[in-house]
Design a protein around this ligand. Structure first.
Ligand SMILES: NC(=O)c1ccc[n+]([C@@H]2O[C@H](COP(=O)([O-])OP(=O)(O)OC[C@H]3O[C@@H](n4cnc5c(N)ncnc54)[C@H](OP(=O)(O)O)[C@@H]3O)[C@@H](O)[C@H]2O)c1
Length: 244
């Protein structure tokens, strides 16, 4: 069976690598990203890559795009939601070191991008998910683990990833009811050399800073090994369990 793979947030460092790796594997790959004049092209010219652009990941736009897929009879059995935000220079949003740096505005942006957009996708994807078997991955982060939080800081990013994990876990229960062989996955990719981690790379040992291609390959290696009896997993790039 050929996989119909959907990469949401395909313009990002990890998103682009996932598109490359899944298309090299022979999947039919559908990509979604925001319309941006400057976004770098991946190997979209490959026959098995179909790119879609939306102005924003609003409920309405996601719903309309998913309806297009449905009208075209496209069923998806493999999804990675690869978007996310840690800092935004233009909006003056940076991970907080102290409580005084927390603001209403930055918290709402963190939750909007890291928790709400992925949940809106999960809500609409149910309409085009292959009823026989489906795997849906959300790029999360170890810092979203509540039990692993020894360092503190990064309030908005941590909390929005913890919220993402809960939304994914909750959705996995309902997906399992509606699509028997469905598995949802929260994936910690490691520290990966992309725009997102750039400002925080100086204290990362060279061997712990991964390429996007590496983490994308690791994900592709570990997905088939997951116990499909379990509706939801939180794993890292080694395939090891991350505690919630
Ligand atoms: N890199 C790491 O070290 C690392 C570590 C742990 C977890 N992660 C997670 O991995 C995922 C991918 O990160 P990355 O390293 O590939 O980051 P990246 O290169 O900065 O890509 C971020 C992606 O998110 C999208 N995005 C950002 N703000 C958005 C918004 N307001 N609305 C819609 N889309 C938005 C970007 O789209 P545009 O191109 O349209 O802006 C882009 O596709 C994220 O969820 C991140 O939290 C990364």
């Amino acid at each position: 069976m050929t996989n119909n793979t959907l990469i949401i947030g395909a313009s990002g460092g990890i998103g682009r690598a996932l598109v490359r790796k899944f298309s090299e594997r022979g999947d039919t790959v559908f990509t979604v990203d925001r319309k941006r004049g400057h976004s770098e092209k991946h190997t979209e010219d490959a026959d098995n890559i179909h790119s879609y652009h939306i102005a924003s990941h609003s409920d309405t736009e996601i719903s309309a795009l998913v309806a297009n897929f449905k009208d075209a009879d496209i069923n998806i059995n493999n999804v990675v939601i690869a978007l996310g935000m840690l800092h935004n220079h233009d909006a003056d949003i940076h991970p907080e070191k102290r409580m005084e740096e927390v603001s209403e505005q930055s918290l709402s942006v963190y939750f909007a991008v890291n928790s709400i957009i992925p949940m809106l996708w999960l809500k609409h994807l149910i309409n085009i998910i292959d009823r026989k078997q489906a795997t849906i991955v959300c790029l999360s982060a170890r810092v979203g683990s509540i039990s692993d939080n020894g360092l503190g800081g990064w309030y908005g990013y941590r909390a929005s990833k913890a919220a993402l994990n809960m939304l994914v876990k909750t959705a996995s229960v309902e997906y399992r009811r509606r699509v028997k062989d469905s598995v949802l996955v929260c994936y910690h990719p490691g520290t990966v050399d992309t725009a997102l981690s750039k400002p925080f790379q100086k204290n990362v040992a060279a061997e712990k800073l991964f390429t996007a291609d590496f983490t994308a390959s690791q994900l592709i290696t570990h997905l088939p090994k997951l116990d499909r009896e379990q509706a939801c997993h939180f794993i890292d790039w080694r395939g090891e369990v991350v505690t919630w």
